[in-house]
Ligand binder design. Structure first.
Ligand code: PLP
Length: 370
């Protein structure tokens, strides 16, 4: 599915030198490389503020903590996502309110948002799944109309760009009040451990988030609020600084592999390819096809028998998980998410895929389905 070792070896001299520099300086916590990386990432995303933290999950938690919400306040999000999105809402004593996703993009169905808004609603939290952004222009309009915050879960979509109807172009994570991303090793910009970042265009909010990530500290050993300990290691920041300079190449390599899949599988019967929206680029964190639910597991097994790894993101929507079942007591509450969970299959997608591998994957898939 991924080739992190192959990717490391291509940039080994740069990475090794950057890590050695941190070791020599030994500024392991909040070191120079963290400050440098935050500045570089802000420039790359054209975000006014970037605050790094320990993971994408923490980025989401910090975003919610910074908005001064009250227990029981409602956050509208989706059931077809990685667990963190809903987990942090529940952990903070807030109420996740789920809306279904679109069958073609697997992203939040924005036509369902307004019906889910109540007087307790404070936040809309869309997820840019698989590397393609949600219809943010519509979400921002709804949020303005109802005076709500928007937090973007851009953990899978760093580098994706949205074009608004006025022609302006915006980076994933920088359109909402707060945006969140993850540097988990397999993400498009991954480090060699855990890491995350929060984006905001609001200086006051950024200062609040920075303090929250550092125990709620204002000045040394004085605490204004209850915070957490969440920081990006200096060593990881040094790795990320190197890898950020290659991110555009990495995204281009993924898009090239996706183009190959798209062309080689275009007329293949029995499957649907990822949909492209007119408003967002796709950075292909995952290349996810949709099969008939009766065939998906069999196709996955046959590909595995041929030595081709695939993954199901995600096999069970969150409202059907033991921890979150109370969020949707009704059966078939979110039919699109439930159907996608049975139909999706993510093909190998990374920066080191060779033409030979792509040809083998697509011809094997075609012969299984024909
Ligand atoms: C990876 C991911 C997260 C969590 O990121 P971590 O760094 O693993 O904590 C949250 N949301 C989505 C959609 C993700 O893909």
């Amino acid at each position: 599915m991924v080739d992190l070792n192959g990717q490391y070896h291509k940039i080994q001299p740069e990475v090794d030198a950057a890590m050695r520099q941190v070791l020599e300086r030994s500024d392991f916590i909040h070191g120079q490389a963290v400050t440098d990386f935050e500045r570089a990432l802000a420039e790359y995303t054209r975000s006014r503020q970037v605050v790094t933290c320990a993971s994408g999950t923490d980025a989401l938690q910090l975003a919610l903590m910074a908005l001064d919400l009250q227990p029981g306040d409602e956050v509208i999000t989706v059931p077809f996502t990685f667990v963190s999105t809903v987990e942090v809402i529940a952990l903070l004593g807030l109420r996740p309110v789920l809306v279904d996703v679109c069958p073609d993009t697997s992203n939040m169905d924005v036509t369902k948002i307004e019906a889910a808004i109540t007087e307790r609603t404070k936040v809309i939290l869309p997820v840019h799944l698989f590397g393609q952004c949600v219809d943010m222009e519509t979400i921002l309009q709804i949020a303005r109309r109802h005076d709500l915050y928007v937090i973007e879960d851009a953990c899978q979509a760093l580098g994706a760009q949205v074009t608004f109807s006025d022609g302006s172009v915006h980076q994933a994570g920088t359109m909402g009040h707060v945006g969140c991303t993850s540097f988990f090793p397999t993400k498009n910009l991954g480090c060699y451990g855990d890491g995350g970042a929060v984006f905001t265009q609001d200086d006051t909010l950024a200062a609040h988030i920075r303090s929250m990530a550092n125990h709620g500290m204002s000045q040394k050993y004085y605490y204004d609020q209850v915070g957490i300990n969440s920081r990006l290691d200096t060593l990881q920041a040094a790795v990320l600084q190197v890898k950020l300079s290659h991110l555009d190449e990495y995204i281009a390599a993924r898009q090239q592999a996706a183009r190959f899949y798209q062309e080689a599988l275009a007329d293949c019967p029995g499957m649907e390819l990822p949909s492209i929206t007119p408003f967002s680029t796709h950075t292909y964190h995952q290349y996810t096809i949709r099969l008939a639910s009766a065939l998906r597991d069999e196709v996955k097994q046959k590909l595995a028998d041929a030595g081709i790894p695939t993954m199901v993101y995600y096999p069970c929507p969150l409202h059907q998980q033991a921890a979150y079942r109370h969020l949707a007591p009704r059966q078939e509450a979110f039919p699109v998410s439930e159907s996608l969970a049975k139909r999706v299959l993510s093909l190998p997608m990374h920066t080191e895929l060779t033409l030979e591998q792509l040809q083998y994957i697509t011809s094997t898939l075609r012969s299984i389905l024909s």
